[in-house]
Design a protein around this ligand. Structure first.
Ligand code: PBG
Length: 331
């Protein structure tokens, strides 16, 4: 054996916990987490979402309670999504422009209760408001119209900004919406409201439980492939990101998350800007199903997936596990 020993033993630094801690390249903290919450009408209401075991829709008072909990856990930001009453949905999604819609009431309530102790990221897209479940206005053939939709999205963004949103997050994938929203925010005196663009958002099969949560699954006619990206594409994601940055996005998002970490890494290396990823509803459901089947330990699976986002280059992750993970991290 003499002379045949490896000089380099990568296992040396792994041998003890203190040494592993000392050589760890990436860390996950509660500040990396953005918590998506579903809002519903009423008071004192908690509606569990069957497709997302462990996740509920909350009435505005419940959202405020979750916001306090999040701030105490060190979670910096919430992402709000409304489950609009069926009678408030329409062909043109006009409820998105109502200053007293569920979303705006939730924004104001959290703002009133917490001031700037927590950030509020608000989704811009019409799907929680349309009777057809598409993210924009449609023509007679059901095609989602780009420029007409952008005009409505601008109004939706201004409505959220006036209510107190901190980060406008357009998830609709229309062309040109970032620039249009940026201009409108500046004109309205909201120079410091950020835009996090859902820049590389794929036409994914992982959104099913979310559509249940906002009540659009049963309504959706067709698919979203004429605006969301083809899962086969990666070059195109760079073009999407480049365009949104040129139009004034402060940060960009890749969505879904874990199956698209290659996109996160390419975007990060190419543009060196803050990149976020969304661990979407289907990913959450997949982990829950694995746990229910005895295939793994929830806490370990969750922390491993979230750390993987950091390793890939993310500044943070939108995840339904945010509060759970923050509790684990806070010990
Ligand atoms: C819609 C929107 C979707 C999600 C966030 N915003 C669904 C879709 O595009 O159909 C999905 C989030 C998730 O699955 O957790 N604008």
């Amino acid at each position: 054996m003499t002379g045949s020993y490896p000089h380099t033993r990568l296992r040396r630094t792994r041998a003890t916990a203190w040494s592993r801690a000392m050589h760890r390249e990436n860390v996950l903290t509660p500040a990396d987490l953005i918590w998506p919450l579903f809002v519903t009408e009423g008071e004192g209401v908690e509606e569990p979402i069957a497709a997302l075991p462990g996740v509920s829709r909350w009435s505005v008072d419940g959202v405020v309670a979750r916001a306090k909990e999040a701030a105490e856990l060190g979670i910096p930001c919430l992402a709000l999504f409304p489950n609009t009453q069926p009678d408030r949905r329409s062909e043109n999604g006009g409820e998105a422009l109502n200053p007293d819609n569920l979303m705006c009431r939730a924004i104001r309530a959290v703002r009133d209760a917490l001031g700037d102790r927590i950030g509020l990221l608000t989704d811009v897209a019409l799907d929680p408001y349309t009777s057809h479940g598409q993210d924009g206005l449609i023509d007679a053939a059901g095609y989602v119209l780009n420029d007409e939709t952008v005009e409505v999205l601008v109004g939706q963004a201004l409505n959220q900004a006036a209510a107190g949103a901190d980060i406008i997050a357009p998830s609709d994938m229309m062309d040109g919406r970032i620039g249009a929203i940026r201009d409108a925010l500046e004109d309205a005196g909201h120079a410091n409201i950020q835009i996090m663009s859902y820049a590389a958002k794929y036409a994914s099969s992982f959104y099913g439980p979310f559509r249940d949560a906002v009540g659009s699954r049963g309504l959706l006619k067709g698919d979203k492939k004429t605006y969301q990206m083809d899962p086969a594409n990666s070059e195109e994601a760079l073009r999407e990101v480049e365009m949104d940055l040129a139009e004034g996005a402060d940060s960009v998002m890749v969505k879904p998350g874990l199956p698209y970490l290659d996109i996160v890494r390419r975007v990060k290396e190419t543009f060196e800007v803050p990149v976020f990823a969304y661990q979407v509803s289907g990913e959450y459901a997949m982990i829950e199903a694995a746990v229910a089947a005895g295939a793994g330990d929830r806490d370990a699976l969750v922390l491993e997936t979230l750390l993987a986002f950091k390793r890939a280059g993310c500044s943070g992750v939108l995840t339904y596990y945010a509060a759970h993970a923050a509790r684990l991290l806070n010990g």
